[in-house]
Design a protein around this ligand. Structure first.
Ligand SMILES: Cc1cc2nc3c(=O)[nH]c(=O)nc-3n(C[C@H](O)[C@H](O)[C@H](O)COP(=O)(O)OP(=O)(O)OC[C@H]3O[C@@H](n4cnc5c(N)ncnc54)[C@H](O)[C@@H]3O)c2cc1C
Length: 521
């Protein structure tokens, strides 16, 4: 042990014990591998430990403790916070706890882009396994609050059939109660609880909280040889033949960049010695743009929801629709949902959102300095695609939200549309409003994208190994070549399962469908 309380070496170091990191760590530890998890935020302990901040276990609304404090800087018309949870479990500790799978086309597209082992058929068992591990269940219609039930009931009138849930990878449009990882009396069953609690007692697993990884150490042979980590004000080196980056879409590229792995000119401009010129690091950032409408609520709606709260469980969202824009009428490419963001407004407010799930716009994450605590520059370049498809998708989504809101039972519960309101009724005005108010659906991905070595924008291969950097893998939202038509928690969990399986297969000498190169370590 060093002065920082960390070991000097490990078989595998996991950088970030978040949504995917918890999965990789657990699966490797269960198989007997000696694993060290380095998490920048605290480890508040297992399920039920009183050190967990109340808002992070309360699944009724989004949590806000332990935030990294990232924001848009001056890249957007209005500054926007990009919430990211800095705590064991990562964003699975503060998210909406909605578990969605997307569509087979998403993963078949990944496989077709040169990523063997990632087709929908190959991932399906992992979606099922992860859903069990996270204790996912789907709300019964009877459990819906009156506000959510009214949206659910309105679906068929606008061509959205009622489905059992939204997680059939072959299915198209429809509306359904949400599938959630909520247990007991409303606890968000985050990935640390689901995956790390069962293995915490293993002697071959060490979980170190408050351990900020600065960079990957690279040996003279060009392979990763461990990490430099800041803990308790001191810098410590941990040697490891395998480092798995699980810092998420914003932080995994920043760790690589600080390690000298990324676009050479960018690194030199910051005085960072270039270890590997890899142009894709930090590029391809994309998130699903989002638009949120707001209405006045009738006294009847307020009374019905007050009564629901008095009866017990009344979360901010419970129903999700998969809908189609003009671009993909035979599948779906929109999420629509009703929402009462009580974490923002305190009391009742009546919103519904539309998100364009297959955005064309691409942005980037860049370093602003060498300090591992320096906030990165995060520029999504929302709605910047030259053809304007992202705006068009949102306009189609908003039209369907308005159609839903105008159906009989819902119209009776709602008053005037307040945002964007009557002034933005027509497409041109709506486009102007959308461009002035870009918003995110909280699902940034793609900044260390997976792809074959022949793709100059690819950062890692189908085993997650960084091109040209043996012994360093990526396993988190950064790896996605393109965002699936889903909220991303479950797809990220599946990425954790997939990369862990690939590492274990190689160690067992079984090879791996996702591998183009030899096994390492
Ligand atoms: C407000 C909000 C609501 C959301 N709601 C939903 C939802 O309802 N359903 C859904 O499917 N998705 C939702 N998402 C998205 C989903 O939660 C994320 O896509 C997913 O959790 C990301 O997982 P990850 O493993 O890539 O990153 P994270 O879960 O963010 O994990 C990264 C971890 O790495 C740590 N870390 C980062 N850098 C370092 C470093 N240098 N050293 C050490 N540790 C480091 C972080 O502290 C963190 O613990 C939501 C996201 C947000 C922000």
């Amino acid at each position: 042990m060093g002065a920082t309380g960390l070991p000097h070496e490990a078989e595998v170091v996991i950088v970030g014990g978040g949504t995917a990191g918890a999965v990789v760590a657990a699966r490797l530890a269960q198989a007997g591998v000696e694993v060290l998890v380095l998490e920048a935020g605290p480890d508040p302990g297992p399920f039920g430990d009183p050190r967990w901040p109340a808002d992070l276990v309360d699944a009724r609304r989004l949590g806000h403790s332990c935030d990294w404090g990232f924001d848009s800087g001056d890249t957007l018309p209005q500054p926007m916070r990009f919430e990211r949870s800095r705590v064991l479990g990562g964003c699975s500790t503060h998210n909406g706890a909605v578990q969605t799978w997307g569509h087979a086309r998403d993963y078949d597209g990944w496989a077709a882009a040169g990523n063997p082992g990632w087709s929908a058929a190959e991932l399906l068992p992992l979606f099922e396994r992860a859903s069990q591990q996270l204790r996912v269940r789907t709300y019964a219609v009877e459990e819906l609050t009156p506000w959510q039930r009214a949206w659910h009931d309105a679906g068929p009138a606008v061509g959205l059939p009622q489905l059992r849930d939204v997680n059939d990878l072959a299915e198209g449009v429809g509306i359904a109660p949400e599938s959630v990882n909520v247990v007991g009396d409303g606890v968000r069953f985050n990935n640390a609880f689901a995956y790390l609690d069962p293995v915490r007692a293993l002697p071959n697993l060490t979980i170190a909280g408050d351990a900020l990884v600065d960079r990957v150490l690279i040996g003279p042979d060009g392979a990763a040889r461990g990490v430099a980590v800041v803990r308790g004000g001191a810098v410590h080196e941990v040697a490891a033949p395998l480092v798995v980056l699980c810092g998420g879409a914003f932080c995994t590229p920043t760790v690589l960049l600080r390690s000298g792995v990324g676009p050479a000119a960018q690194l030199r401009a910051l005085g960072i010695e270039v270890a590997l010129d890899l142009p894709g690091v930090g590029e391809n950032l994309h998130d699903q743009p989002f638009a949120m409408l707001r209405w006045e609520g009738s006294p009847q709606l307020v009374a019905a929801m007050d009564a629901a709260v008095a009866r017990g469980w009344a979360p901010d969202e419970q129903v999700l629709a998969k809908a189609a824009s003009r671009f993909e009428p035979d599948a779906f490419d929109l999420h629509l949902f009703a929402y009462s963001p009580t974490h923002i407004h305190g009391g009742w407010s009546w919103h519904a959102g539309a998100s364009a799930l297959r955005p064309r716009s691409r942005g980037h994450v860049r370093l602003t300095g060498r300090d591992p605590e320096a906030k990165p520059l995060i520029d999504h370049r929302f709605l910047s695609d030259p053809a304007g498809d992202d705006v068009a998708m949102l306009i189609d989504g908003i039209a369907q939200v308005r159609e839903l809101a105008a159906t009989g039972p819902l119209a009776a519960l709602l008053g005037r549309e307040l945002t964007p309101g009557a002034d933005a009724a027509q497409p041109a005005a709506l486009e102007a409003w959308l461009r002035a108010h870009p918003d995110s659906y909280w699902h940034p991905v793609g900044t260390a994208k997976m792809g074959p070595a022949s793709d100059s924008a690819a950062v890692c291969d189908a085993r997650g190994e960084v091109h040209g950097l043996p012994g360093c893998r990526v396993a988190d939202a950064a790896l996605m070549p393109s965002v699936p038509r889903a909220a991303t928690a479950m797809p990220v969990t599946v990425i954790g399962e997939r990369i862990a399986a690939s590492i274990l297969d190689e160690r067992a000498g079984r090879g791996d469908a996702g591998g183009a190169r030899g096994a390492h370590p």
